[in-house]
Design a binder for this molecule. Structure first.
Ligand SMILES: [Zn+2]
Length: 318
């Protein structure tokens, strides 16, 4: 563990706004960035994913194909407004479903995934090149990409400025970075109660919109566009449903599995395909309902100072 300062302002904040699992999140009084401090060291973080100790297990990444494809297709439609074809790298590829959908759309796809079970699944089952190493220009034989994408990954970056510099280095001239994340640095404290888990210590930084723009500017990007979706309707309905019907629990299992049990994950995947059961249909309908709430209803709801998910597009500058 190491004490850190705001990565933009280099000042230490005494304003603790999150306390979870023995970790503290501090809000920078100058720029609003919320950062974990003390922060686990880089080897400690890698260990988290390598041993499948992260909040979202390999099992739920792999078995969640329906919903991952649904969300992935939404973001692909946005990507295609800016670039219609080319090579695409996803950082933190999860179960690989977004890349698989992008491949169907004709993109030349590659993934980075720290979790060995998931990386193996992406390579073997989906036939997509996938590295398990941290971001580096030497990956994939030094290949440069037209698009680099990540979803709900930026908060996991150990050093976001250095990661975005690497993303810039790995892009072709005029290439684009597109990513989805929360706007937690902008959220008023009265809305914090809607967040069930901050997922400490998986998450290390929570950004405001200005933080994201600053990060892009510092690392050689030109900001292009931002799409905002309110998460409040989704979170409120979720909270209500949990109270009313405790029986309906479609939450991903937090069961821990080690590297040797990759066979188990495959079996879950295979049985999901074979048995498209009634229960599975209900689960898919439920997920589709939440997808509509998130991206359709959330798009038109009031957003200022409230919880959002945002999709940011930026271009590699000259
Ligand atoms: Zn700051």
């Amino acid at each position: 563990m190491e004490n850190i300062q705001c990565i933009f302002c280099n000042i230490s904040s005494g304003q603790i706004v999150i306390e979870e699992n023995g970790y503290t999140g501090r809000k920078c009084p100058n720029c609003g960035l919320i950062y974990i401090s003390p922060r686990p060291t880089f080897p400690e973080i890698l260990n988290l994913y390598d041993h499948d100790q992260a909040h979202i297990s390999a099992e739920s990444h792999i078995s969640g194909g329906f919903v991952k494809r649904l969300y992935g297709k939404h973001n692909l439609r946005i990507i295609k407004k800016f670039i219609k074809h080319g090579s695409m790298l996803e950082i933190g590829a999860g179960g690989g479903y977004f890349l698989d959908e992008a491949k169907k759309e004709g993109f030349d796809v590659y993934g980075i995934e720290f979790n060995g079970i998931q990386a193996d699944f992406i390579r073997v089952k989906l036939g997509i090149p996938c590295e398990e190493s941290p971001l580096d220009v030497s990956l994939f034989d030094g290949k440069k990409f037209d698009i680099i994408y990540h979803c709900d990954v930026i908060s996991h970056f150990y050093d976001p400025i250095s990661e975005f510099q690497k993303i810039n280095d790995m892009l072709k001239q005029n290439g684009i970075v597109i990513f989805e994340t929360g706007n937690f640095g902008d959220v008023k404290e009265e809305y914090y109660r809607f967040v069930a888990k901050f997922q400490y210590p998986d998450h290390l930084f929570f950004f405001s919109e200005n933080n994201l723009k600053e990060l892009l500017k510092l690392t050689g990007f030109e900001f292009v566009e931002i799409y905002r979706y309110s998460l409040l309707p989704q979170l409120m309905i979720n909270k209500m449903l949990k109270k009313v019907i405790n029986v309906v629990k479609f939450k991903a299992k937090t069961k821990k599995i080690d590297k040797d049990s990759r066979v188990l994950s495959y079996n879950i995947y295979n049985s999901n395909i074979r048995r498209f059961s009634f229960k599975q249909s209900i689960k898919n309908a439920y997920n589709y309902f939440f997808y509509l709430i998130r991206y359709k209803i959330g798009y038109v709801m009031p957003k200022k100072g409230r919880l959002q998910t945002v999709i940011v597009i930026a271009r590699k500058g000259k």
